[in-house]
Design a protein around this ligand. Sequence first.
Ligand code: NIG
Length: 392
Amino acid sequence: MSTTLITRIGELMTVDDEQRILRDAAVVIDGDRIAWIGTASEAPAADERVDADGRALLPGWVDSHTHLVFDGDRTAEFEARMAGQSYAAGGIAVTRDATRTASDERLAALVAARVREARAQGTTWVETKTGYGLDTPSEQRSARIAAEGVDDATFLGAHLVPAGVDPDEYVREVCGPMLDAVRPFVSWADVFCERGAFTPEQSREALLAARAAGLGLRVHGNQLGHGEGIRLAVELGAASVDHCNYVSDADLDALASGSTVATVLPACDLSTRAPLAPARRLLDAGVEVAIASNCNPGTSYTSSMPFCVATAVLQMGLSVAEAVRAATRGGAIALGRDSGPGAVGSIAVGHRADLHLLEAPSATHLAYRPGMPLTAGVWKDGRRVAAPLVAR
Ligand code: NIG
């Protein structure tokens, strides 16, 4: 296996247990793993040498919430929202129709293109969900395409009750034949527990069936209003509850007492003109927070984690270090990938060599220069996968 030395790193954020920030640092990659971290002057030789020339190095972003398996366009809905209409879950059906009519090849190509876009901005681990099929054959196809295209695939049959279908009958399908059909392709199940989508009772039923089938649990909760999503997620030991725009004191207490990660989705909040998720309040209460892009055609058509990190700093009151952690290790914790050999979301010996070299001397530039193309290089499993977007 070949080794790579990345040296003369101006700022190395490990985001590991010690949260180290090293100056004039170096990292050695051996195959697909991190083999050494330390001061540049003490670094061992390697087969290949990359001179970071003072740039900052971070773990690659871990995007723990996306919906990439879709076709179609929702520009008109976006325009209507910008003209004053509020977001409603019903738009999911528009994407469902376009997705069902797309060929397998087209859907797979669309997912691959979206992953490439994310990689070019430093994302090295991607979760994605089904949820635009909404019948058993279509959900199974989405699950298969998701499993082939990304790192973690999630079953979201409980995204919307299709019009004209009895809700209880649909939940029975989600919990029975649909779950059986997607099971070989996914490791997670999610449910949209919200007014206009699934009630807490229906959500519980879907989550319990998924847990019995051996899947880890995730919940879309408290996006459009106060409700039981967060508390249900904590009660059932879900790995993550995502959105969290409306958080009551009881929700906060539940999150602080459990192990469920609160995943905030800053780009979605902006794109739906929703109240920003209270990430500062969550962190102050001791809750583990993750930041994800929620890339999807309805509420957040961006896979840019740098944009989400900048928004979390500029609008949600997080420090740069807190936002970087939430978008790397926070996402890894939300996906159960933060520890052990091959862990992601932090730079430590034995972890996966998923790295993001910035075209900047420090991570502060992510918020200081919002919207700028600040990715100079990306390594996934030790292999350089994205060329610099800008030349120096
Ligand atoms: O996470 N909230 C539910 N699902 C997506 C939106 C899906 C859509 O509108 O297409 C979300 O925001």
